[in-house]
Write a protein that binds this ligand. Structure first.
Ligand code: AKG
Length: 223
């Protein structure tokens, strides 16, 4: 069955449609390389908003369907988190994108080969915060109609890239599909296949900063 709205779980949908297998060692984590960055000066320029709760865990919020009468892919992630027993979890703080946004980040964003300038976001994850396992639906890059369509696999040409803005410290975790990413150096960049579940946690002693780029690619994309 391929109709996403016949599932109560985005995770189950990804397994069932072959986007992801929890039992096979596939190349879930794709290494892009390292960008030479001055970590300290970039981080000093960033201003952070209040820490965010995971937007997907909101047991008492109205669903998109309750608000509009239409189902939407993102609701399935929320359903996963509620079903898996998560209550409100602080996951990270987002940096405010303003006129002081470091130009170094925009230069990196524009050098990766997206077909248009990608969306840029920096997240700071402090000790004790975690982002539960989830599958991106990239709602900022999709129309309402697309997100209400029955098949999430129709357009794999959107990618998310994570670029570490500070060196790895013990307790910093990324789980990408069946692989862990750790021990990175500032400037290291990775990406992953469409539909691969991922999660992050900081059980260490220092903040973790990551630049997150999301954009469209074409078949010439080299990673
Ligand atoms: O950097 C993080 O902590 C989480 C980012 C993430 O999972 C995402 O943007 O999809």
């Amino acid at each position: 069955m391929n109709n996403i709205f016949e599932y109560n779980s985005l995770y189950e949908y990804a397994i069932s449609t072959g986007l992801y297998s929890p039992t096979q060692q596939e190349n879930d984590l794709i290494r892009i390389g390292n960008f030479a960055i001055d970590s300290k000066s970039i981080i000093e320029k960033l201003k952070f908003a209040q820490p965010k709760k995971s937007s997907t865990i909101c047991e008492h919020c109205l669903t998109h369907e309750e608000l509009t009468g239409m189902k939407q892919w993102g609701e399935l992630t929320r359903q996963d988190h509620i079903n898996w027993g998560y209550s409100e979890t602080g996951y990270a703080s987002a940096a405010i994108v303003d006129e002081d946004w470091p130009t170094e980040l925009t230069d990196i964003a524009n050098s990766i080969g997206f077909t248009e300038p990608p969306l840029q976001k920096v997240l700071k994850q402090s000790p004790g915060q975690m982002f539960p396992l989830h599958i991106d639906v990239y709602q900022d890059l999709r129309t309402e109609d697309q997100q209400q369509g029955p098949d999430m696999t129709f357009d794999p040409m959107i990618r998310r890239v994570f670029i570490a803005l500070n060196d790895w410290q013990p307790g910093h975790f990324y789980q990408i599909g069946n692989h862990s990413w750790h021990n990175w150096q500032a400037g290291d960049a990775i990406t992953f296949r469409w539909g691969v579940p991922h999660s992050t946690a900081n059980s260490g002693h220092s903040d973790r900063y990551t630049l997150i780029l999301t954009g469209k690619i074409d078949s010439q994309w080299k990673y």
